[in-house]
Design a binder for this molecule. Structure first.
Ligand SMILES: *Cc1c(COP(=O)(O)O)cnc(C)c1O
Length: 382
């Protein structure tokens, strides 16, 4: 299967207006996602919110199998959450740490996750990078052997670098050590084929708006059946747990224990449609197309005098980070946008554990619906 670029561009109204190379920030949604969201909002306005939910019960429910299907999970292992940060938090704050238990993470850990470690006061050990700039698997194995590790928290594809971390290799080491594995798949879901069994993660958090092309304000948490019983979300509402009045409650047995009753229904429907849309195109075809465009952009940039590409890793994502001598990244972003090309600035603060973190960089991130002309427009502009 390959991507029919003309067809997917046709189904993406934004393509007619802008060269959108900020997919790591928020991708342009396709028409079916927009339609599903707006139709539900209209139904809510015209018939009432509860009545609309009842009428669209099937589409709301489809969300679970659609997302599960995309990542090789079961529907009862999926929770709808409003964004990736909260999804990650619900998992992390749901882990009962014994005194002295450690967390292992990577140099490219997302800043919000680092704040959560500090807030809970757990000990964090940052596993160094290997020579290629991804997590050093030997160093990880050595840390696991030292013992006392409760959780390995891995960034699959970081926010501000084009590298891809070897998630499945990390998963194998975690399984062998009997340690919980939480994968931040925020940048990889919708971009790279993911299978939770192949990767061996127990928990996975993701957002809707990035490579999945879903609505903003949506995300999900995957929690493996086997670990669910050990995780108590830090907050529970009356849909996540049953209240046996007056002094007992019982959590739901499935991943819905991480949800709240009230939510952005139109967003949940839209995210389900986005997951089905990605599955229908095929994740292998999506990843292959992204690789073609990212390689074109990276090599085009690298060939220009005064341009430095900062991406590391052996395997690379659709995110291309670079700087231009003597030109502040914010200025490049501003000028590109004025010419109809969307790119973004990535701040070093998001990679606070990284001793080699560079100052701000320009982040251009391609998706399968971009075309070669759009990539070349950015190259010419630079
Ligand atoms: C964007 C991002 C997040 C946060 O996602 P939100 O949906 O904004 O909460 C977490 N981790 C990584 C790696 C990200 O790129």
């Amino acid at each position: 299967m390959t991507i029919d670029v003309a067809k997917v561009r046709n189904e993406t109204p934004g393509c007619a207006r802008v060269a959108h190379l900020n997919n790591a920030g928020a991708a342009l949604p396709p028409r079916p996602v927009m339609d599903a969201v707006t139709r539900h909002l209209e139904l809510e306005a015209m018939t009432g919110g509860y009545e609309a939910a009842e009428e669209n019960a099937e589409a709301l429910d489809r969300f679970y199998d659609a997302v599960a299907g995309l990542i090789g999970a079961h529907g009862d292992e999926i929770a709808y959450v409003e964004n990736a940060t909260r999804a990650w938090d619900l998992a992390f704050y749901g882990i009962r740490f014994a005194p002295g238990e450690r967390v292992l993470t990577t140099t490219t850990e997302y800043s919000s996750n680092a704040i959560a470690y500090r807030q809970r006061g757990v000990q964090v050990d940052v596993v160094p990078d290997d020579a290629d700039g991804t997590i050093d698997l030997d160093a990880l194995e050595a840390e696991l052997r030292k013992g006392g590790v409760r959780l390995v928290s891995l960034n699959h594809v970081p926010t501000s670098n084009g590298l891809i971390n070897p998630a499945a290799e990390v998963g194998r080491l975690c399984r062998a050590a009997g340690v919980l594995f939480l994968l931040d798949a925020c940048q990889s879901v919708g971009q790279i084929p993911l299978d939770v069994d192949e990767i061996g993660c127990d928990l996975m958090s993701a957002t809707g708006r990035k490579f999945l092309r879903g609505p903003r304000g949506t995300g999900f948490l995957y929690a493996r059946r086997e670990v669910l019983a050990d995780l108590e979300p830090p907050m529970l509402d009356n849909a996540a747990a049953d209240w046996h009045a007056p002094d007992r409650y019982e959590m739901r047995p499935d991943a819905k224990r991480f949800e709240t009753w009230e939510r952005y229904m139109a967003g949940q429907i839209g995210l389900g449609v986005a997951a089905d849309y990605a599955s229908a195109l095929g994740m292998d075809a999506i990843a292959a197309r992204i690789d073609v465009l990212a390689t074109r952009l990276r090599s085009g940039l690298a060939a220009k005098p005064g341009v430095t590409v900062h991406d590391r890793g052996v395997l690379r994502s659709g995110t291309v980070t670079f700087t231009v001598d003597g030109r502040p990244p914010a200025e490049i972003v501003r000028e590109a946008r004025a010419r109809g090309v969307n790119v973004n600035v990535a701040q070093p603060v998001t990679h606070g554990y990284d001793p080699d973190a560079v100052d701000a960089v320009v982040r251009a991130s391609v998706h399968y619906y971009n075309d070669e002309d759009e990539v070349d427009r950015l190259l010419e502009l630079i």
